[in-house]
Design a protein around this ligand. Structure first.
Ligand SMILES: *Cc1c(COP(=O)(O)O)cnc(C)c1O
Length: 367
């Protein structure tokens, strides 16, 4: 039986093995392990790719959020609103800063933060919003930016799953005050270990982020504040620089695979793919469908050697980590229902037509 993996990082390595190996050995030859030219080169290239002025390479996407929120001076008593369905980094970093997490529900079509619920959650203590572009689908970022402007709130864009996605012709990360990215190996642009970045057009925020991430110092031994040690290392930076020129093609491949899935599922009433909002140009970090018979479908696919995932099995407010907020499923009617219906199908640029056919045929068979 031919197995269809959920992602295949080895296939991508094989497609550019010499480039990766050369990148790694030059960093070793130059002993440029921490900071230095490889990190600077990647920061410059990635800022340009995203259409933003500053890029600060950091250790991972979670630190990127923590550093961004710290640069925005989130502290005790500050409420920050984020979305009920995401990876826990989007909310745990608010708490790390001493802030209070406030969740908003998701919208049932495109599964992103429900902007009306977000508005309802604003109180006099609200300082800002962490908007997430989940699955590579842009959130309604223009509307969110308007709400933030009208209410004097900051806007952080968590772009960990949405490298180069666009909304209304603008790249994600360019409408908020500050954007954060993850380069975890399985992300659309992935390192060979942990890596992340903070991007912004704001000189002051960039300066504070860079300083905080580096022990509170912009120059060696000149510690203006206490900070943390969170940096992108040279080997990861060199690998990311080698991969970046391929990102556009990889994204196009993901879009083609999504179209093939969409076409096949158009005839299956029980399968509802995440909707693409008008004006949105998603990058399909994940291809997510919704079906009332999720667990049975998942077992059927597993029997046929097809790997799937669930993103995420429990909405954030209903996790034990947020029991102290005393939420019930009915507080988040959409996210709490969808957590039992969502299923992520294999999605990576190197998927073959044969693999896609196996997935779609197996889904269609099941129903
Ligand atoms: C992956 C991810 C992060 C965290 O990134 P790490 O590099 O794993 O720390 C944050 N937010 C979202 C939405 C993610 O998917």
């Amino acid at each position: 039986m031919q197995v269809v993996p959920f992602v295949d990082l080895a296939a991508q390595y094989r497609s550019m093995q010499q480039e990766i190996d050369d990148a790694v050995s030059s960093v070793i030859d130059d002993t440029a392990f921490v900071r230095g030219p490889y990190v600077e080169a990647f920061e410059k290239a990635y800022a340009e790719a995203c259409g933003l002025q500053h890029c600060v390479g950091v250790a991972n996407g979670t630190d990127a959020l923590y550093i961004a929120l710290t640069a925005l001076e989130v502290g005790a008593g500050d409420e920050v609103i984020t979305v009920a369905n995401s990876w826990i980094s989007s909310s745990e970093t608010i708490t790390q800063c001493g802030g209070r997490v406030v969740f908003a529900d998701i919208e049932p079509g495109h599964h992103q933060i429900d902007v009306e619920d977000l508005e309802r959650k604003i109180t006099p203590r609200t300082r800002g919003v962490v908007a997430v572009h989940l699955y590579g689908h842009p959130a309604e970022i223009e509307r969110i930016a308007d709400v933030c402007r009208q209410n004097g709130l900051f806007l952080v864009e968590d772009c960990a799953q949405s490298h180069l996605a666009e909304s209304g012709g603008r790249k994600v990360g360019t409408l908020g005050d500050i954007a954060t990215f993850s380069f975890y190996p399985g992300k659309n642009l992935g390192a060979y270990g942990d890596a992340g970045a903070v991007l912004t057009d704001d000189d002051d925020l960039a300066r504070r982020a860079r300083m905080f991430a580096n022990h509170g110092a912009l120059r060696k031994h000149d510690h203006e504040i206490e900070g943390i040690n969170s940096r992108l290392d040279g080997i990861q930076a060199a690998i990311l620089t080698a991969k970046l020129p391929h990102l556009r093609d990889w994204t196009e491949a993901r879009r083609r695979h999504a179209q093939s899935y969409d076409r096949a599922f158009a005839e299956v009433d029980e399968v509802t793919p995440v909707a693409v909002r008008a004006g949105a140009d998603p990058v399909y970090h994940l291809y997510v469908i919704r079906t009332p018979r999720r667990d049975a479908l998942r077992a059927h696919l597993r029997e046929r050697g097809i790997a799937t995932g669930i993103h995420y099995p429990t909405a954030l407010p209903l996790l034990p980590s947020y029991a102290y907020l005393n939420h019930e499923p009915r507080d988040f009617p959409v996210a709490s229902r969808f957590q039992d219906e969502i299923l992520s199908l294999p999605m990576f640029p190197e998927l073959t037509g044969e693999q896609i056919d196996r997935v779609t045929e197996s889904v269609v068979d099941f129903f």
